[in-house]
Design a protein around this ligand. Structure first.
Ligand code: NAD
Ligand code: IPM
Ligand code: MN
Length: 363
């Protein structure tokens, strides 16, 4: 059996993860892959049940899995908790050494109108954000007093080198261009970042490199997203720019991501949060979670199945089935079921139950 750990989490996390798991189940049943799904408490729900966001049993299960599929964590209920749900996510990324976070965003041909940008600006945008995930401000020493607080930003050359290699290797399989985003006019860590990225670039003479300051990059993304291929950047900048980029492609609900380390299981999650404002209403867009499931399949070497799922997702959107964030009326379950119908056509004949949502993992 191939164990896949599911971490539904909080808010809309269980809703969107349920649809993605149902897609993976369908692929497994059609192809006889023997995926075995195991759901674990994580985030706010784990605080409620076990007093901590990343219980030992959840971490142990993750370590023993071939891949981890996550929904989202967090919510106002836990904002004042001693340890927040988000700390569980940071702890999981750190414990598994998941330093490379890949967030692809694309304006799908024919769906340019999803973008708030003018069609001629949005058309053709196809960007991969390679975000460093286990360093920088997120993981530096923190001090929090009543009258002052600080977060230390540190990066080592080794941390920058390994994420730069990921970006250059990814660019080779795309349009061979890396834009490194930093704030080297102000930050020492950014100057080390820029020097190190330039040194790594020398080993990829076939890949073009340019640099942008993060403020200019934020602007360039809305004035001409099609100029970018791979964006390589540190933890916090990658977090912010990927939310911006998601909306350029239509909605934060569309983007999936993968997080990988040197070895061990990858973590696959939509880039959005738990969206407490729409949780429990069956209106969340599960596309980002489903796109993450496709990235999971790809990383397991199932590239045909991965592209089958991605194509199904895009087909359903092109056919006009859209959730509320994209101006449509489809529910989360309905959208997921439509994707699985399209997937069944691509994979062969569907076992009837494979079309259903997979909500038992969190109910
Ligand atoms: P959010 O991404 O949850 O929501 C931002 C806005 O986007 C909201 O209006 C929401 O309704 C909408 N949205 C998000 N995902 C959507 C989807 N799939 N379909 C339709 N609309 C969607 O960000 P937030 O409100 O800043 O954060 C809420 C909580 O989620 C916080 O506790 C935050 O820390 C947490 N968070 C978790 C993750 C994660 O688990 N990876 C990521 C981001 C934020
Ligand atoms: C994300 C989220 C997380 C991050 C939070 C919830 C810790 O915003 O995955 O993009 O900042 O990395
Ligand atoms: Mn984020």
């Amino acid at each position: 059996m191939t164990k896949i750990v599911v971490l539904p989490g909080d808010g809309i996390g269980p809703e969107v993860a349920g649809e993605a798991v149902a897609c993976l189940k369908m692929v497994s049943e059609f192809r006889g892959l023997g995926f075995d799904f195991e759901s674990h408490d994580f985030g706010g729900v784990a605080i409620d049940r076990h007093g901590e966001p990343l219980p030992e049993a959840t971490l142990a299960a993750c370590r023993g899995a071939v891949a981890i599929l996550m929904g989202a964590v967090g919510g106002p209920r836990w904002d004042k908790a001693a340890v927040r749900p988000e700390a569980g996510l940071l702890g999981l990324r750190q414990a598994l050494g998941l330093f490379a976070n890949l967030r692809p965003a694309r304006v799908i041909k024919g769906l340019e109108s999803f973008s708030p940008l003018k069609t001629e600006l949005a058309a053709g945008a196809d960007v991969l954000v390679v975000r460093e995930l286990t360093g920088g401000l997120y993981f530096g020493e923190k001090k929090e007093g009543d009258d002052s607080a600080s977060d230390l930003c540190t990066y080592t050359r080794g941390e920058i080198e390994r994420i730069a290699h990921v970006a250059f290797a990814a660019a080779r399989a795309r349009r061979a261009k890396v834009t490194s985003v930093d704030k080297a006019n102000v930050l020492a860590t950014s100057r080390l970042w820029r020097r190190t990225v330039e040194a790594v670039a020398a080993r990829y003479p076939d890949v073009a490199l340019d640099h942008l300051y993060v403020d200019a990059a934020a602007m360039a993304l809305v004035t001409g997203p099609a100029r970018f291929d791979v964006i390589l950047t540190e933890n916090l900048f990658g977090d912010i720019l990927s939310d911006e980029l998601s909306v350029i492609s239509g909605s934060i609900g569309l983007l999936g991501s993968s997080s990988r380390g040197a070895d061990g299981p990858g973590l696959y999650e939509p880039i959005h949060g738990s969206a407490p404002d729409i949780a429990g209403q069956d209106v969340a867009n599960p596309a980002g979670a489903i796109a993450s499931a496709a990235m999971l399949l790809d990383d397991l070497g199932l590239s045909d199945e991965a592209s089958g799922l991605t194509e199904s997702l895009e087909q359903v959107l092109l056919d006009g089935c859209r959730t509320r964030d994209l101006g449509g009326k489809a529910g989360c379950r309905e959208f997921g079921a439509r994707v699985r119908q399209a997937l069944a056509d691509r994979l062969g004949k569907a076992p009837a139950e494979a079309l259903e949502s997979n909500r038992d993992c969190h109910e």
